[in-house]
Design a protein around this ligand. Structure first.
Ligand SMILES: Nc1nc2c(c(=O)[nH]1)N[C@H]1C(S)=C(S)[C@@H](COP(=O)(O)O)O[C@H]1N2
Ligand SMILES: [Mo]
Length: 305
């Protein structure tokens, strides 16, 4: 048995909560994440977090892995799957530094082996007006940040994608300022919904989805979820972010999903769920308001879009 500590995932949960995979299949997939070794077996756990996962039907694996935004590989939706074959997500280390007592550099194997992996089925809403339901595998970002002991000066968290023009053909074009940068306020980063994903559909994360490690913030527009992360820095000031630098009027730092605040060039009131024909209404905070609306109490979400 690959994962010993999975007492909260039963076959009843599988049918009751619409989990797309049987436990056995999920555990087999985790072998792909390097969890087959005896050492990992003792350390790793897999939880199915009730409540946070949606019961909506996941988008097909085919759509999730061929309809992508990852401008490092090109601007067309098919570029990431077609042009990421040369990208090497291993070996890989992530530097975690800045306003913390114990900065460190950690290998992807340690992140996967030492964190309690969970499946989280989240909605993802792109700022362009389409959405998906994606069964991620990962761990809360707050668990990782806790290991470096943030100081009181840590007000924001900055994320940086790898810079590797020889493997990422899109980095030869000035579509965005490279490396891709994103950021969160510290309370957003520490929120239990905020995930570091290392897999999807029970298997290791494909290159086009941000291997080997990407951020997932389900109540924000998809571009906040930086892919292929090499550096996470705790900082005092709001960090510069790639899309905001390109067009500040169009892509705010917060970028919470908000049907009432239109993009200057299109409405955000509705969205196209990939695989469906009719458009659906977009929900405030992408439907996660009951957990995150409090983070923005007293803030003007039009001025701070
Ligand atoms: N490094 C990097 N991260 C990125 C992007 C990108 O171009 N580069 N695109 C973002 C956008 S716009 C979206 S919608 C999501 C898409 O994630 P997916 O392709 O896994 O669905 O990734 C985000 N993360
Ligand atoms: Mo996006």
């Amino acid at each position: 048995m690959l994962i010993r500590h999975a007492p909260d995932l039963t076959d009843n949960d599988v049918t009751d909560h619409g989990l797309y995979l049987k436990r056995r299949t999920l555990m087999a997939g985790l072998a792909g994440l390097g969890l087959a070794g005896a050492a990992s077996e003792a350390r790793a756990g897999l939880a199915y977090t009730k409540g946070f996962s949606t019961t909506e039907k996941p988008t097909s694996k085919d759509d999730i892995t061929t309809y992508n935004n990852f401008y490092e590989f090109g601007v067309d939706k098919s570029d990431p799957s077609q042009k990421s074959g040369r990208f090497k997500p291993r070996p890989w280390t992530v530097r975690i530094d800045g306003a913390c007592e114990a900065p460190r550099t950690v290998a992807i194997e340690d992140l996967i082996g030492k964190n309690r992996l969970e499946e989280r089925i989240y909605r993802m809403r792109c700022v362009e007006g389409w959405s998906m339901v994606i069964p991620w595998i990962g761990f809360p970002l707050k668990d990782l940040l806790a290991t470096v002991k943030p100081t009181s000066k840590a007000k924001f968290v900055a994320f940086e994608t790898v810079m590797r023009p020889s493997e990422m053909p899109g980095q030869s074009w000035n579509t965005l300022e490279w490396p891709y940068r994103e950021g969160l306020r510290i309370d957003e980063a520490m929120h239990p919904l905020t995930l570091m994903a290392v897999g999807l559909y029970g298997d290791v994360l494909p290159n086009q989805n941000g291997a080997p490690l990407r951020l997932v913030v389900p109540w924000k527009y998809g571009f906040k979820g930086a892919k292929s992360i090499v550096r996470i820095s705790l900082v005092e000031k709001m960090p510069a972010t790639s899309w905001n630098k390109l067009a500040a009027r169009e892509y705010g730092f917060y970028s919470n999903v908000n049907p009432a605040v239109d993009h200057p060039r299109w409405s955000q009131a509705t969205e196209r769920r990939i695989g469906e024909f009719r458009r659906r209404e977009t929900l405030p905070f992408n439907g996660y308001g009951e957990w995150v609306a409090d983070l923005y109490k007293g803030m003007d979400l039009r001025a701070n879009f």
